[in-house]
Ligand binder design. Structure first.
Ligand SMILES: C[S@@+](CC[C@H](N)C(=O)[O-])C[C@H]1O[C@@H](n2cnc3c(N)ncnc32)[C@H](O)[C@@H]1O
Length: 469
């Protein structure tokens, strides 16, 4: 098929897919971009410690729980990030279970949970002493920061020496204080480094000596380790000392719902959970946008002891959202045969998706894509999410809701309606598509794409699927 014909076919199919769900798609003006991102958490005690750009806000989770009318029971987030869903649910008396692949998210959840325990107050004097006296400066015991290949040279020399002394000195403190002090260091790594998290990858300051992108980066004067860490410790002390603010701004302790966290891949953990054992799922998987969390969070992962081999493994275990992701081996053995075959069949017969994949594959063969890995990434992304959706249908009780937050994407001028394709999978998995709430202002195009394809907004949406009874 000629390229223009293929594009016309894709556009026509997208229009009919939109038409199929049109009565469920609506703009929900409550859902601002600020809410459906980490931004609204930025000023909230404790959540503000670690900037997890890929997170959503706890206000969004409160809103969703209200809309779902969920006040008890058991909730699952298979892509838990820093635990926003889990903590918010738990503060409302709902038990929650989370799965998160990256040790960074797991570490944050662990620390945030500690903040709700009476124990956390015991760490306060230690934090206050460290903030006021900076005891690491006088230590002779340093702990090396084990760099990954992709983080070498991230810190000015004096900063790295100070960080290593800090990491050495904290080992003399009681376990709980150690955990908080260590997490404080994790929270300042980007700030004190020559790197900046920039969506798809880690950008490097020109002073690092690393290869520069077209637009060189200069972060200006970097704070010294001492300045950054004392500011972070002061912030933590502040949040720990003000129980009233903690009550109002974080999640009202005590967390009355239990929280269980499974570190690893949802593709491994979900199949091990009991059928019909959850009352809701609220989640936001990685988007199909090529953002590589293992690169953007490489400094934090290095601090947590991840080495080059484990980093590569983590990258391959992520839901396929980067061009480096290959097919995952043995998916058919991870899920029950029923789940696997139904999900595979739904993936194969999703006409709009298959047309898009064929087109992109033809573009790849013609060397017309800016990256050859794009078709493979998309194919695996949708297959893996089909498996997650079908297994979730097994895990949810009848009439339970699945809330999926995602972004549509564009490749080679084609808009990929991720929300509608996943909704189609959900329908086949036994869900009724109740609503697809679009955010008021869609994401614009990059200037490059706009000049090529004109402005067509990409929808960011919240899908509400109800399990058939
Ligand atoms: C959009 S973020 C979710 C953020 C979360 N809602 C929050 O508020 O922090 C997607 C998460 O999925 C995780 N992830 C990616 N692949 C995964 C997998 N195979 N299993 C479990 N988690 C995975 C990523 O590490 C990331 O934290």
């Amino acid at each position: 098929m000629a390229q223009t014909e293929a594009l016309d076919l894709i556009r026509a199919q997208n229009v009919s897919l939109e038409a199929r769900f049109a009565d469920r798609i609506s703009v929900n003006s409550f859902l601002s971009r600020r809410l459906v991102s980490f931004q609204a958490n930025k000023d909230r005690p404790v959540y503000r410690w670690f900037k997890y750009k890929e997170g959503f806000s706890s206000t969004l989770v409160h809103y969703l729980l209200d809309r779902l009318n969920l006040h008890s029971g058991r909730l699952l987030d298979p892509f838990a990030g820093v635990g926003t869903t889990l903590l918010t649910a738990s503060a409302r008396g709902i038990d929650s279970v989370g799965v998160e692949l990256l040790p960074v998210g797991c570490a944050a959840i662990e620390v945030y949970r500690l903040m709700h325990s009476a124990e956390s107050q015991r760490a306060l004097p230690v934090l206050a002493r460290w903030c006021a006296e900076q005891p690491w400066r006088a230590t002779t015991h340093s702990k090396p920061f084990s760099h990954l290949r992709i983080t070498q040279g991230a810190f000015p020399e004096a900063t790295q020496l100070a960080l290593e002394k800090y990491l050495g000195a904290l080992e003399a403190e009681p376990p709980l204080a150690q955990k908080l002090l260590h997490f404080a260091a994790l929270c300042v790594l980007e700030e004190i480094s020559y790197t900046r998290k920039d969506g798809q990858y880690l950008r490097w300051d020109e002073r690092s000596g690393r290869r520069q992108s077209r637009k060189p980066l200069n972060k200006g004067i970097l704070p010294s380790f001492e300045v950054a860490i004392t500011k972070k410790l002061a912030q933590m002390i502040d949040d720990l000392q003000l129980p009233d603010r903690l009550l109002a701004g974080f999640e009202a302790p005590p967390l009355s719902g239990t929280i269980q966290v499974f570190c690893g891949s949802a593709l491994d953990w979900l199949p091990t959970f009991e059928s019909a054992s959850f009352d809701a799922i609220i989640t936001s998987p990685p988007y199909a946008n090529r953002y590589d969390y293992t690169r953007t969070y490489a400094l934090e992962l290095a601090l947590l002891g991840v080495d080059d081999t484990s980093l590569r493994n983590l990258r391959q275990q992520m839901i396929a959202c980067t061009v480096e992701n290959r097919e995952k081996a043995g998916l058919e053995y991870r899920f029950t045969p029923e789940v696997y075959h139904k999900a595979l069949a739904a993936f194969r017969k999703q006409v709009e998706l298959q047309t898009i994949l064929e087109y992109l594959e033809a573009q790849r063969r013609a060397h017309a894509l800016n990256n050859q890995g794009i078709p493979r990434m998309l194919k695996n992304y949708f297959l893996e999410l089909a498996l997650v959706i079908f297994d979730s249908a097994r895990l949810l009780r009848p009439s339970a809701r699945f809330v999926m937050i995602n972004d549509n994407v564009r490749y080679s001028g084609i808009v990929i309606p991720v929300d509608l394709i996943l909704s189609d999978f959900a329908e086949q998995a036994g869900f009724h598509i109740e609503a697809i709430w679009a955010l008021p202002a869609g994401k614009g195009n990059s200037s490059q794409q706009m000049s090529l394809y004109g402005r067509q907004e990409l929808r960011k949406s919240v899908c509400i699927w109800r399990r058939n009874s």
